[in-house]
Design a protein around this ligand. Sequence first.
Ligand SMILES: [Fe+2]
Length: 380
Amino acid sequence: MSKTLDQIVYPGSDQYAPEELTAPGTIPLELHGEPLIRAVDTAYILFQVPNLDRQQAFLQDFGLMTVESSDKTLYMRGYGRAPYIYEVCKGYTEKFLGVGFLVESEDALNSLANKLGETITNIEGPGGGKRLRLNDPDGFWVDLVVGREMVAPLDTRRDALPVNIPAKKTRINRGQRTALAPSAVERFGHYVLMVSDFERSWKWYRQHLGLLPTDVLCTGTGQPVLSFCRLDNGELPSDHHTLVLSGGPEAKYMHSAFETIDQDAIGQGQQFLKMKGWNHFWGLGRHILGSQIFDYWLDPHGFEVEHYADGDVFDNRHPTQYHLFDRGGLWAWGNDVPAAMKPKPTLKLIMMAMFGSRSQKKLLSGLGRAISYAPRPWLK
Ligand SMILES: [Fe+2]
């Protein structure tokens, strides 16, 4: 049996009964055998929005660069080697469409396409390549990609800043001056989905991307309800999570996150975005699971996007850890989660609690209890 990580301690975490704290891990998340294929990196994220110009203006202030744009589609890159990491097409409504992943080999992709009876198509965007477009159980696209032509990274600061600590002063006769500028995004790091059936989605993503569960959150009865999933790159370390799957009353995009160099870049980037009048959402802070320094924004169409830096990485030997699901475990320091992130008793939720299936009712009651605790005793 797995046990809870003892470093997840925050003011208020002592409010749980011993049986609630020992329940996580009693129902393990199954790996469902060998996956059909393995993803090795993120490629891009895909959206549809009504106003491409406004989306582009925000994304440029957020730290992405335009690669190609037309009145139908916009391709944006980061400062890293990917030809683009963000594709958005014009449409009547705003919509999250899906995500592309680089997979281990073309042979593996061909064999999966044959097995599924699906067709591999050419990618039209910059860098080309081929993709197999799949639909996850909730209908979101998952593109399995090979053969993209990588590009030269763009010039930006990639070294740590010299930091003075009490016992060691390395920066002498000069100040710490970072530019007021967009926080240069290096790469597309991860995304978070609420899924309508957690078990079903976990099984699908495990089989089609080869994900490993890094940290799994459970209700007080031990039922897994959320998983931080990382890529399996063998002995090479992968980000703590590339995809987070969270069980819930509906399927929806929660947020996507873009890696930058460090806290100073994120802080100056926050100042820059505020100066431009965009909508700040949450941060700065540091997460507990994954440890990232984070800062969340709302794009002009209401999608949450995150800058992050200094996240944890794990290789494939790191065992899955199980924890109690609650709001307080989301962050180590920083402000409380914004009101918009707190669950509201919507009509849909109430109907589901009254008339939903047995498993839906069980999930809602477990989640309801988990999120009913005040995350910090001094916060309302
Ligand atoms: Fe995130």
